[in-house]
Design a protein around this ligand. Structure first.
Ligand code: ATP
Ligand code: MG
Length: 344
């Protein structure tokens, strides 16, 4: 059994966790920064980086104390090394390097997206490779064929905005508050999803790519018409996103031969309506559906520690001069997806 300390700091959550290779989460500590960013209606990178500097060391101490372990008992130290807001990523990675150097333990530089991608295996011991993953978060919307640790084939991606980003922008447009995803979900509960006509970008197109920029513009036009209740726009928007996710995932399922399950991860996977629709799609296609618990969908350090545990078991550790990376695709061979209006 290996014990891994994981650190997360790529966006606006500072987190530290201790997780074993046998899936015991001994401690997970998280400090959100919502109050600091709320006045700006979005994440301000410099404010985020400063908050990570303040919060990370106390969270590491609190995690070790809660788990009643000493740093010397940890087998490796994992931290998000990208992709994300570079200031925050550097704070977490440098902290991990310092802890690794001081304790003589190996460093594991984790791709934040691999943290999301492997998080369902922390939650579900029966989830075996390969699986089809819908990764829907604030910065990404991708369909990936997950063959194993460090082995990802990207089947599709968004050509413009991520789904979570569309939720956040819709919340801002409708004045529903920050963070946007949960606010839209709450508002949608009291709205009628058939009320406001909104587009389903790329639905029916042969490649399973996504597009959400046009949907966001349509939400803005609907708001400016002044004839719809915000709750009805929110419900109609959420349904449009779901319809896009379902149509695109259906196409990817047809290409994911050998997949043991259809899996969803990332912040948008915390949405109950999204989860229910995806579960139905999986069932209709004879695939097992796996979604991590809600707290494991949004950013956290348990998923980083777990990705660290999976990499450690595979003998993958990293040198102390490993750089922080703002961009870091999971599938380095995937072609750049063309944006709207760009000719093939
Ligand atoms: N209940 C919800 N319904 C819809 N969206 C949600 C919900 N909860 C969170 N989200 C969205 O999930 C996103 C945050 O997810 P996550 O923390 O995984 O993203 P990120 O770390 O910012 O981006 P990435 O992982 O791509 O770098 C936000 O865009 C947020 O609006
Ligand atoms: Mg994330």
């Amino acid at each position: 059994m290996a014990l891994i300390l994981g650190l997360e700091s790529s966006c606006d959550e500072t987190a530290a966790a201790l997780v074993t290779s046998t899936r015991d989460i001994l401690a997970h500590k998280l400090a959100g920064q919502e109050a600091a960013h709320r006045p700006f209606g979005g994440v301000v990178p410099e404010i985020a980086a400063r908050a990570h500097v303040e919060m990370l060391a106390p969270l590491v101490e609190a995690a070790l104390a809660e788990a009643e372990v000493d740093l010397s008992e940890v087998d490796a130290i994992a931290a998000t090394a990208g992709p994300g807001l570079i200031g925050g990523v550097m704070v977490g990675l440098v902290t991990a390097k310092a802890l690794a150097l001081a304790s003589g333990k190996p460093l594991i530089a984790v791709n934040h997206l691999e943290g999301h991608a492997l998080s369902p295996r922390l939650a579900d011991p029966d989830l075996a490779f390969p699986y089809l993953l819908l990764l829907v978060s604030g910065g990404h919307c991708q369909l990936l064929f997950v063959r194993g640790v460090g082995n990802y084939a990207r089947l599709a991606t968004t050509i413009d905005d991520a789904a979570g980003e569309a939720f956040d922008k819709t919340a801002k447009l409708l004045g529903l508050g920050f963070p946007g995803g949960p606010a839209v979900e709450r508002a949608a509960k009291s709205g009628d999803s058939d009320m406001v006509p909104l587009p389903r970008p790329l639905v029916g197109s042969p490649e399973p790519h996504f597009s959400f920029a046009g949907l966001k513009s349509a939400v803005m036009r609907a708001r400016d018409e002044n004839r719809w209740r915000p709750a009805d726009i929110a419900a109609s928007f959420q349904q449009a996103v779901i319809d896009c996710l379902i149509d695109r995932s259906r196409r990817a399922i047809a290409r994911a031969e050998g997949a043991t399950a259809f899996v969803v991860a990332g912040g948008v996977a915390a949405n109950q309506s999204v989860r229910a629709a995806l579960a139905e799609l999986a069932e209709a296609n004879g695939l097992r559906f796996v979604a991590p618990p809600q707290w494991l969908c949004t950013d956290n350090a348990a998923m980083i520690a777990w990705a660290g545990a999976e990499r450690f078991a595979a003998g993958l550790t990293d040198p102390l001069d490993t750089p922080a990376r703002a961009r870091w695709p999971l599938d380095p061979d995937a072609e750049h997806a063309r944006g709207a209006g760009v000719k093939a």
